[in-house]
Design a protein around this ligand. Structure first.
Ligand code: DIG
Ligand code: MN
Ligand code: MN
Length: 386
């Protein structure tokens, strides 16, 4: 096996390697490929699985017979290549009917249609083997807050989630939901803007045990946040059930770049976190090749996404094995038995003893923490000179 071969559960959405390069200022530059062709392309580059929105696979106006043929052909391609479908999702953002949102739309017909479309899409995802169902509310937001009461919007989102978790239970599906946050674009402002919002929202649902999160690098970067910290909070809460990897310059529109293309060091800390905590879910690349590329370039993009993860995984192992780094970390995180008496569960005795304890505030403050050395060593691991 070649070095850095993709041995993790790397997945790509049909819409990622199938992206034809159109943007708000330009037409497609690549001919559209069928789902079957895309499955074979992903198999060629060594992906583990493929994800889809309902309408990536089955056009919104397909007849039932057309739907069945498309799904049959897709499943045949999966069988031929060995690719699996870990995740599915609903396109609740492209069709004009969703111009004012889906679950949070002011028009009750739109909200009801969004539920219907999602139930059908859930059926399709389960039929293809999905165990995770992502919800990205790309249109759930506003340009003007005169148009929608934000509290009402939250209640509508909750009502939809509660209805759909009950649907999954009623159908007996082995399926969990993963909510994906984004601060804006395509809407001026999107509700539940960050992974933190989603974690709070989940706890207000009827079945929080069925709902986790799907953080995306680009989306927390668009909000100017440290993505690794948000993933850590989801991980620590036991809610990191899926993840969208890509890259994104801060302060820019949603770029969905190849993983590691812009922020290598933050990508390193993310991979280190995922590997240190043995994250075992799919590693989904919600990204696409630059508009400059042909399909050979699209394959380069997909290979690069996976190869960068594997390289950074090796760098994280080097960090964890580096004697000087580990010695510094041991020193930085040294225990202090005298202080242990004050930590852990509260007691009145503990509180009284702590209130009476004398601290050498100035002496403690004088201590140098050697973080410059530690971060430089980290850089040197990443730069490949250690
Ligand atoms: C955008 O980042 C969103 C949609 O592409 C999709 O619904 C979701 C799943 O990766 N991410
Ligand atoms: Mn995105
Ligand atoms: Mn995404």
């Amino acid at each position: 096996m070649t070095k850095y071969a993709p041995t993790k559960k790397f997945t790509f959405g049909l819409w990622t390697v199938g992206n034809t390069g159109a943007d708000p200022f330009g037409d497609s530059v690549r001919k559209k490929k069928s789902p079957v062709e895309l499955v074979h392309l992903l198999a060629e580059v060594g992906a583990y699985g493929v994800n889809f929105h309902d309408n990536d696979l089955v056009p919104i106006d397909a007849t039932p017979a057309e739907r069945d043929q498309i799904v049959s052909d897709f499943k045949k391609a999966l069988k031929e290549t060995g690719l699996v479908v870990p995740m599915a999702t609903t396109n609740l953002f492209a069709s004009p009917i969703f111009k004012d949102g889906a679950f949070t739309a002011n028009d009750p017909k739109v909200r009801a249609y969004a539920l219907q479309k999602t139930m059908n899409a859930i059926d399709l995802g389960v039929e293809c083997g999905a165990k995770i169902y992502v919800f990205w509310g790309g249109r759930e937001g506003t340009e003007s807050d005169a148009t929608k009461d934000p509290v009402t919007a939250i209640k509508r989102n909750r009502e939809a989630m509660n209805f759909l978790t009950e649907y999954v239970i009623d159908q007996g599906y082995d399926l969990r939901f993963a909510l994906e946050a984004k601060p804006n674009e395509p809407r001026g402002n999107i509700y539940n803007a960050t992974t933190g919002n989603m974690l709070a929202f989940i706890e207000t649902l009827d079945h929080p045990e069925m709902v986790g999160v799907n953080p995306e690098v680009a989306h927390e970067h668009m909000a100017g946040l440290n993505f690794t910290h948000h993933v850590a909070q989801a991980l620590e809460a036991g809610k990191l059930w899926h993840i969208d990897l890509n890259d994104q310059a801060f302060g820019r529109y949603d770029q969905d770049f190849r993983f590691g293309m812009v922020n290598l060091k933050s990508a390193f800390f993310l991979v280190k976190l995922l590997e240190d905590y043995n994250y075992e879910g799919p590693l989904h690349y919600d990204a696409h090749a630059m508009r400059t590329e042909d399909y050979e370039g699209v394959k380069d993009f997909a290979r690069g996404c996976m190869r960068t993860y594997m390289i950074l995984k090796e760098k994280a192992e080097m960090f964890n094995a580096d004697p000087e780094i580990q010695a510094l970390l041991a020193e930085i995180n040294a225990e202090d038995p005298e202080m242990d008496a004050f930590f852990g569960p509260y007691s009145r005795e503990k509180a009284i003893a702590l209130k009476n304890h004398g601290f050498d505030r100035c002496g403690i403050a004088k201590r140098g923490l050697k973080y410059e050395r530690l971060d430089q060593l980290t850089n040197e691991i990443i730069l490949g000179v250690r």
